[in-house]
Design a protein around this ligand. Structure first.
Ligand SMILES: [Cu+2]
Length: 111
């Protein structure tokens, strides 16, 4: 019978989809890495009151700066292994870059 393997594939796909979808369903905090002098996300969508945890999983220092409604948020110097959480309490679009590596850029959209 070929029916059983097909059922297994469908069940596995549903489980994987649920696991992949769950992080965005949980509001509150999103993690963004900075390995190889690159933000792990090009763009992130969150809700007002959510935060982003910028993790320096790189082997060099970074300085996350976030400009948007309500001014600029500067996470300060982050040594390798450090992480800093930035709260986004105002809706709008934020341009995020690294003060040390200008090529590191991403966008945060807050609804
Ligand atoms: Cu940097």
């Amino acid at each position: 019978m070929r029916l059983v393997p097909l059922v297994r594939v469908v069940v596995c796909s549903v489980v994987l989809y649920s696991l992949a979808a769950s992080p965005s369903a949980i509001a509150g905090e999103v993690s963004v890495g900075q390995a190889h002098q690159k933000f792990s996300e090009d763009a992130v969508s969150i809700k007002a009151g959510d935060s982003i945890k910028f993790v320096n999983d790189d082997n060099v220092a970074h300085n996350v700066m976030s400009a948007g409604p309500g001014g600029s948020k500067n996470a300060g110097l982050q040594k390798a292994g450090d992480s800093t959480t930035i709260l986004y309490d105002k809706a709008g679009e934020y341009r995020v870059h690294c003060g040390i590596h200008p090529k590191m850029k991403m966008t945060v959209k807050v609804d």
